[in-house]
Design a binder for this molecule. Structure first.
Ligand code: PLP
Length: 385
């Protein structure tokens, strides 16, 4: 790496740590396709590489860059956000107690409530935007992990990372934060006391809706981190080499993409707050939002490109509104250059805490005025106005 570590994170990301290929002087790295590496004649593996189920040189640049952006000691990229997240729980032992939010990425909540529980973890779901609820749930000596997602899907509830870290650490537990929506552009959870930062790298880190990927960043290169690395190698939840290359390519434009999305989301949140067919806008950047003060404490440079709107007329009108958009794309996921709209409750199914009148909006890189006009016409058509 040839870039000065003292430059800003935006510059580190743009140059992918300033990497230049030592042989060809290429400014973009090659993709290493090999699944295995030659062993030395004396039986050693001096290259440090053995087999590509454990790692691949194509991961190095993305892991080093992400670790630098998050201010961590180490990073690992995974085959999906889910495989990165579940590794954190599989690194615990059956019988361990964990605290997780009631409002969080639904598939992980389902996995915790089903697989993790039957595997032996004691999982307690709390209102993680209330610090007293975390205090009440944590059992000193018994709780091994407190999991946060902030802002949390799909209501964007904000958890106070520093306060939760203090509670977790006092009880002898680790604090892990799903920071997919905030990205290191807006929040660096390790600076607030988190031990592990998790990303669905499918979203903003890649940014182009063309890979599924996950990542963990560790504050400490310790025994626990070695366990996470071992889980990835043993389960084989490594990212493909082409996907790792695409992830790095996407991360180079992380800062301008996130900054653009934040500006547009803020404009849309303000304008939709005054829309006669919208009952409520959920966005951490709005002063009226319950988590605004906590968000201001730990987010800088914006409040993310994600917001949700609750539609007057309830669930059928919300679904009808989504049906009438022409520019927004009706699709799940978030954090890509194209703006997405989703009726979230019908994806999450029974038992979801998501209100049925809620549409989740992932704001991409189109013109904010075009996005407003399109949703406005869809609202009017859905309301027969
Ligand atoms: N965490 C959050 C906040 C997400 O939105 C998602 C996916 O939507 C995940 C985790 C899971 O990531 P992946 O789909 O990459 O497995």
């Amino acid at each position: 790496m040839t870039i000065k570590k003292s430059v800003t994170p935006a510059s580190l990301a743009a140059q992918a740590m300033g990497w230049i290929d030592p042989v060809t002087r290429a400014v973009v790295p090659p993709i290493h396709m090999a699944s295995t590496y030659e062993r030395d004649a004396d039986n050693a593996y001096r290259s440090g590489r053995i087999y590509a189920r454990a790692d691949n040189p194509t991961f190095d640049q993305a892991e080093t860059t992400l670790s630098a952006l998050e201010g961590g000691a180490k990073a690992l990229i995974f085959s999906s956000g889910m495989s990165a997240a579940t590794a954190c729980f599989l690194a615990l032992a059956p019988g361990d107690h964990v605290v997780a939010p009631k409002v969080m990425y639904w598939s992980l909540r389902n996995w915790l409530g089903n697989f993790a529980t039957s595997w032996g973890l004691k999982v307690e779901f709390v209102d993680a935007d209330r610090i007293d609820a975390i205090v009440a749930a944590v059992r000193p000596g018994d709780t091994k992990l407190v999991w946060l997602e902030t802002p949390a899907n799909p209501t964007w509830a904000v958890s106070d990372i520093a306060a939760a870290a203090e509670i977790a650490h006092k009880a002898g537990a680790l604090l892990a934060v799903d920071s997919t929506v905030a990205t290191p552009v807006l929040t660096r959870p390790i600076e607030h006391g988190a031990d592990i930062v998790m990303h669905s790298a499918t979203k903003y880190l890649n940014g182009h809706s063309d890979i599924i990927a996950g990542a963990l960043v560790g504050a400490h290169d310790d025994e626990h981190w070695a366990r996470l690395r071992m889980i990835r190698a043993q389960l084989g939840t490594v990212l493909g080499q082409t996907e790792a290359w695409l992830l790095m390519r996407g991360m180079r434009t992380l800062f301008p993409r996130v900054q653009w999305a934040c500006r547009s989301a803020e404009t849309l949140a303000q304008k939709f707050s005054e829309h006669p067919m919208i009952a409520e806008v959920l966005y951490p950047g709005l002063p009226s939002f319950a988590g605004h003060a906590a968000a201001k404490k730990q987010m800088s440079g914006g409040f993310s490109g994600m917001l949700s709107v609750r539609i007057k007329g309830g669930e059928p009108t919300a679904i009808a509104t989504a049906a009438c958009v022409e520019l927004w794309k009706r699709a799940t996921s978030l954090g890509g250059v194209e703006s997405l709209i989703e009726h979230r409750a019908s994806i999450e199914g029974p038992g979801t805490p998501c209100p049925p009148d809620l549409l989740r909006l992932s704001v991409g890189m189109e013109d904010a005025g075009d996005l407003y006009d399109d949703l406005d016409q869809a609202l009017r058509r859905a309301h027969n106005a």
